[in-house]
Design a protein around this ligand. Structure first.
Ligand code: CU
Length: 131
């Protein structure tokens, strides 16, 4: 009788450990996903968006405010891949970026909507969602 009790107790403990492991791993995973990237800043009525170009554009999606004069700052850090060329078709802009620098592109005042950009060959997309 006591052996049966010991076995069922250890089954319950094992179950709790497994449940705890699932709970903690699930909790930390969902935290990572929901962490927002803050790369659009408004100061003195002007908005600055910061994007890094190296092996693609980071972050790929930027949420920004519509109706505010906006400058896009694209940072390169030893960027020799094709994201050293940035293209924003809607604005008719194609720019060669220096390999390590910060390049400013004036986006003007945007209404609500998504502005798309890519690298020179169109393989690395990024978007700015003006809201
Ligand atoms: Cu490319």
């Amino acid at each position: 009788m006591s052996t049966t009790k010991t076995i069922s107790l250890s089954i319950i403990i094992a179950g709790l450990i497994i449940a705890g492991a699932i709970f903690f791993s699930g909790g930390s995973a969902s935290k990572k996903e929901s962490a927002p990237v803050q790369n659009a800043f408004i100061q003195d009525g002007k908005q600055t968006i910061e994007i890094t170009a190296k092996g693609g554009f980071t972050p790929r999606t930027t949420v920004a405010k519509a109706g505010v004069p906006t400058v896009l700052k694209i940072k390169t850090e030893g960027t020799f891949d094709c994201s050293s060329v940035v293209s924003i078709p809607e604005l008719g802009i194609t720019k060669n970026l220096p390999n390590t620098s910060v390049t400013e592109i004036d986006l003007g005042v945007r209404g609500p909507g998504i502005l798309n950009g890519t690298c020179g060959m169109g393989m690395y997309p990024f978007e700015i969602d003006f809201q």
